[in-house]
Design a protein around this ligand. Structure first.
Ligand SMILES: [Zn+2]
Length: 292
């Protein structure tokens, strides 16, 4: 736990010590690179060659905020979204899919620490009855509101927004064998843990993390045939009673939460963190100008 504390506080101090040059070349490319679909590196330091665009709407899902150009990914990510939509649609749900990766993956300046190899997918909790009748227009999908299941300040669920269908949504995603792990607000995991019937193997994949109160984050395993993709171990501890999970509701957590808030108030225009060191192959992916 001490390591987690250091990592969080460290973020503030390294941000202060940043160099002035904040140009991020990964954010200036608009198209994927040519070449076979290939992942290099890991979720937090990597890139993707030959990334694909998804079918932007399908049964039970629609990609939102297409203007962000962050829907690129490995085909397994798009196939996962299609499977999840098809399973949830007959249960009266339709998903809004937000960011996967930039056209060549790589690090973001601000938005995400991961999402670098086309295997991390953000899915909104928002449900919109219109989308059960018809796909929303591209313009409508640009201006959708956020729907919060948890209040960060209270560190608790928003009871009037909660619905058991969110357990179905998260369980269905977690039970997909391609899913490595998922991230949700800790209060959402605590709510799910509160029902003993939910304490099954799938819940081990549902990990607590900061934010994630209006969307959940799905991380896929490295797909077959991707020798340069670096995965992580799959979580196996359901974790509802673990010391690590209970930390999220401790006095120490509250202290860090307040320090983060104060730091953000005192530093309204922080410098971004340095870009991570990427595998050497990513230079080739970035520099492929044929497809620019
Ligand atoms: Zn995410």
């Amino acid at each position: 736990m001490f390591k987690k504390l250091l990592a969080l506080l460290g973020l503030s101090f390294t941000t202060l010590a940043m160099a002035a040059d904040t140009f991020n070349p990964w954010e200036s490319v608009l198209r994927p690179s040519v070449g076979a679909l290939q992942i290099f590196g890991n979720y937090n330091a990597g890139c993707v060659q030959g990334a694909a665009a998804p079918k932007e709407t399908g049964i039970g899902y629609q990609f939102v905020k297409l203007s962000r150009n962050k829907f690129w990914g490995h085909s397994s990510a798009h196939q996962f979204v299609e499977r999840l939509g098809q399973t949830l649609r007959p249960q009266g749900m339709s998903l809004f899919i937000a960011d996967i990766s930039m056209p060549r993956g790589g690090p973001f300046t601000w938005d995400h620490a991961s999402h670098q190899v086309g295997l991390d997918i953000d899915i909104e909790y928002l449900q919109d009855s219109r989308s059960l009748q018809r796909p929303l227009t591209v313009a409508e999908r640009e201006i959708l509101p956020k729907y919060y299941l948890a209040d960060e300040e209270a560190n608790d669920i928003i009871r009037e927004n909660w619905d058991e269908k969110y357990v179905t949504m998260l369980r269905t995603a977690a039970e997909d064998s391609n899913v490595l792990m998922m991230f949700v607000h800790p209060a959402i995991k605590r709510k799910i843990c509160g029902n003993p019937a939910n304490r099954k193997k799938w819940l081990a994949k549902v990990q607590p993390w900061w934010g994630h109160n209006e969307h959940f984050h799905v991380r896929l395993k490295c797909p077959a045939g991707q020798p340069y993709c670096q995965s992580k171990p799959e979580p196996t501890d359901i974790g509802c009673d673990s010391e690590e999970f209970l930390w999220w509701f401790s006095d120490e957590w509250r202290q860090i939460f307040e320090e983060r808030k104060k730091w953000q108030k005192d530093n309204p225009n922080p410098q971004p963190d340095p870009l991570p060191a990427l595998p050497a192959q990513c230079q080739g992916v970035l520099k492929d100008e044929e497809s620019l």
